[in-house]
Design a protein around this ligand. Structure first.
Ligand SMILES: [Zn+2]
Length: 105
């Protein structure tokens, strides 16, 4: 028997691990555990796509978490309060310092 990349070679050592199955996704034949539905290529590409999606989502979340406070303080606050960017920054810094002094006192 010739091995292909679609075969689940890690299943071979188990009982019922060398069944000829037909992949429900690409419809190619592969060898592996009798209850497997998809070949290794289709399973791996799906896992990779999921990993990429997760990585992308985390990246976007990270951008939102890091940049949202900066965006709020540096861009929206001067517009809302009609003060300059520098005034807002100094006030925010002082408020934070006061808050921290109250907490640590
Ligand atoms: Zn397949």
């Amino acid at each position: 028997m010739k091995l292909t990349k679609r075969d689940w070679t890690e299943d071979f050592e188990y009982e019922n691990g060398m069944y000829r199955n037909k992949c429900i996704k690409c419809e190619h034949e592969f060898t592996g555990y009798k209850r497997r539905l998809i070949c290794k290529i289709c399973a791996t590409s799906k896992a990779d796509a999921l990993k990429r999606l997760l990585g992308c989502t985390l990246y976007i979340l990270q951008i939102i978490i890091v940049w949202l406070p900066i965006l709020l303080i540096d861009i929206l606050l001067p517009i809302v309060t009609n003060k300059t960017y520098e005034q807002c920054r100094t006030e925010t810094k002082e408020k934070l310092k006061d808050g921290w002094a109250k907490v640590s006192a």
